[in-house]
Design a protein around this ligand. Structure first.
Ligand code: NAP
Length: 248
């Protein structure tokens, strides 16, 4: 029997859920539970961590999961590593669904850095106005630099995450004209972003390009040895093939 676990939290995961539901595939959509009001899905939903590799392995066995689709964010590396190990332990086929990374265009002033600290390090020492578009986690290291930070978060934080910041609450997808206007209204001089890829979050990158602003782009964590595709349709093809191989 096919029973799919879809690890979500991205636009691609929602598109995948729609395809699975349309095809009538038995599947469970898993959210980490980071946002107060997650996007509704056309599949049964479970919320919260599994309890590490051990918990996920037990879940796969207990729930008789036949296939796992890892459609988590390219920066959700811990979940992806856990899925890889747990699927190997449980003998469950796994596929990663991940959008392509953004690439610089001629004229772009991009600094690509390996991690959060790398981004802090390359920001100027003199006060600047930085659109810090990396979500709500890992903001604290940026307090080491004397900048005003514009933060765009899904939920309103209880307290300002940085000493000198403006918080706006919004959920993507975002569009070019609105991000251009936002960055102009806040007098933004630098953009810091994760190289998430995809269309829904690209507006800030194209807006920075139009404004000729320097962009500090945090590279994706390396996750070697995964079977990876970039579209939900390719996952469906893999599922059909994997089922034939397993005789499901
Ligand atoms: N990191 C980002 O920039 C970013 C951006 C947009 C959306 N997201 C989404 O937000 C969620 C959390 O991201 P993160 O960077 O905090 O992940 P992470 O560091 O890779 O994961 C931390 C822990 O959260 C739990 N977890 C993560 N994704 C889960 C899922 N889909 N279902 C159940 N448990 C999950 C797991 O807990 P256990 O070990 O207890 O199983 C995992 O070990 C992910 O679903 C991701 O797709 C992340």
């Amino acid at each position: 029997m096919t029973r799919i676990l879809l690890l979500g939290g991205t636009t691609e995961a929602s598109a995948m859920a729609r395809l699975l539901a349309q095809a009538g595939r038995p599947a469970v959509f898993s959210y980490a539970g980071r946002t107060a009001a997650p996007v509704a899905q056309p599949l049964p939903i479970r919320v919260g961590g599994f309890g590490g590799v051990e918990g996920l392995t037990a879940y796969l066995r207990r729930e008789a999961i036949s296939h796992v689709i890892d459609a988590t964010h390219p920066f959700a590396a811990q979940m992806s590593r856990h899925a890889q190990t747990a699927c190997a332990l449980a003998g469950t086929p796994l596929i990663g669904l991940e959008r392509a990374a953004w690439a610089p265009q001629p004229g772009d002033a991009w600094r690509q850095v390996p991690d959060i600290q790398g981004a802090v390090d390359v920001l100027p020492e003199a006060p600047a106005r930085v659109f810090l578009a990396i979500g709500k986690l890992h903001l604290a290291p940026f307090a080491a630099k004397p900048h005003h930070y514009l933060l765009r978060l899904v939920d309103r934080p209880e307290a300002p995450p940085l000493p000198d910041c403006t918080v706006i609450v919004a959920r993507g997808p975002f569009d070019h004209a609105a991000d251009l206007a936002l960055m102009q209204a806040h007098g933004i001089t630098h953009l810091v972003a994760k190289n998430a890829g995809g269309a829904g979050a690209e507006a800030k990158i194209t807006a920075a390009r139009a404004l000729r602003l320097p962009v500090i782009l945090i590279e994706r964590p390396a996750l070697p040895g995964r079977h990876l595709v970039s579209t939900p349709e390719a996952v469906m093809a893999w599922l059909a093939h994997a089922e034939t191989e397993r005789g499901v």
